[in-house]
Design a protein around this ligand. Structure first.
Ligand code: 1CP
Length: 333
């Protein structure tokens, strides 16, 4: 069994596998080279050969235990015919959400539009570089996708003031997201994804009174569906404080924690396997400090099923040498 499956399925505490969020990305010069020649990000994601090459770039350099497919959570609104563009220095910009058109969309057309993503999964699963490693597929959580689809841009400066104005639109959109997330997950799994991670990057924007409607209920449905396919599902509800409640209610196979979470509190509260936590900024410091921080996480979780990862994506300014040092240190532990 692969090291990550040992942790997720057997609760193995003796091995500490490692993969890194955004392990394929801008901190690697070989990624930047491909990216410079492909200014249209969506088109790049829909080129399965280039996306496969990018997915495998970090595995050629580092002894990671998983490949996460090179794609984006915003491929879902793209598949629903909402315009999605990535503007340099700004981030994603989405077009108007036309609910009437989306309601008419059938599954076959959605799958057709995203077929290159599924071909990519297949290429990764069958590549020699992923032997005895896992291929991870992913989706955005319903709430985070709703945020992008209604806000139409990154909410990093806050949600638009009238975001919650049209309750009917919000509820209908959530239902559509849920339906097509299942289709997207099923197709990734059928193409060879062995684990699904659900990114809820903007969970922290909500107050706790809204968790039931926007986080728990829609996420439970996606988690149960993924488990019914016999595939472990890792949830990353970034920015929430109540991880114990989240795990008890949503019941993912593992929980990924962000860098603001106290790992000792998590250890006290949570029985399921844990992933991640270390602040990506640590990789911008020096080897001594990195060593200290890595040891902290490995020590805290020494008797707990744990997958090493960061508390958010690796930063573009990271020196690949620090990543190399990190992976070797976790492997030698
Ligand atoms: O060159 C570039 O500018 C592209 C940067 C980039 C990359 C490398 C984007 C644009 N997406 C990706 C790939 C990506 N996105 C992966 C690849 C697999 C990996 O190696 O991990 C994954 C898992 C994602 C998921 C994703 N996309 C999330 C969830 C994780 C997170 O970072 O919180 C989110 C929020 C997005 C939206 C998105 N896509 C890209 C950007 C810059 C953003 C964030 C914009 C914002 O701040 O709102």
């Amino acid at each position: 069994m692969t090291p990550i499956y040992e942790v997720l399925k057997n609760n193995n505490t003796t091995i500490k596998p490692i993969w890194i969020m955004r392990q394929a990305g801008r901190y690697l010069p070989e990624f930047r080279e491909i990216r410079a020649k492909n200014p249209d990000f969506i088109k790049l994601c829909l080129n399965e050969n280039l996306s496969a090459e990018i997915t495998l770039q970090p595995l050629k350099r580092f002894d990671l235990d998983a490949a996460i497919i090179f794609s984006d959570i915003l491929m879902l609104p793209y598949g629903l015919n909402q315009k999605v563009e990535f503007k340099k220095g700004i981030g994603p910009i989405l077009g108007d959400l036309n609910l009437d058109n989306i309601l008419k969309l059938d599954e076959i057309d959605f799958v057709k539009k995203l077929t290159p993503v599924y071909k990519l999964v297949n290429l990764i699963k069958d590549n020699n570089l992923t032997k005895n490693k896992n291929t991870i597929g992913f989706v955005g959580a319903p709430w985070t996708l709703l945020v992008y689809m209604i806000n139409k841009k990154s909410p990093k400066l806050g949600l638009k003031s009238d975001f919650f104005k049209d309750e009917k639109l919000i509820n209908k959109t959530l239902k559509i997201i849920e339906k097509f997330l299942k289709v997207h997950i099923k197709n990734q799994v059928d193409s060879g994804a062995q684990i699904i991670q659900i990114f809820d990057s903007w969970a922290g924007l909500l107050s706790e009174k809204d968790f039931t409607n926007y986080i728990y209920e829609p996420t439970i449905n996606i988690v149960e569906y993924t488990k019914s396919l016999n595939v472990p599902v890792i949830c990353f509800p970034k920015g929430i404080k109540k991880f114990k409640d989240f795990c008890e209610i949503v019941k993912p196979s593992a929980i990924c924690i962000d860098y603001e979470v106290d790992p000792k509190e998590i250890l006290k509260d949570i029985q399921i396997p844990v992933q991640g936590g270390m602040d990506p900024k640590v990789l911008l410091t020096d080897q001594e400090n990195l060593k200290k921080e890595v040891k902290k996480y490995l020590n805290i979780f020494k008797d707990h099923p744990y997958i090493f990862n960061l508390g958010h994506g690796i930063l573009p300014e990271t020196n690949p040498k620090m990543m190399d040092y990190l992976v070797k240190m976790v492997k030698d532990h």
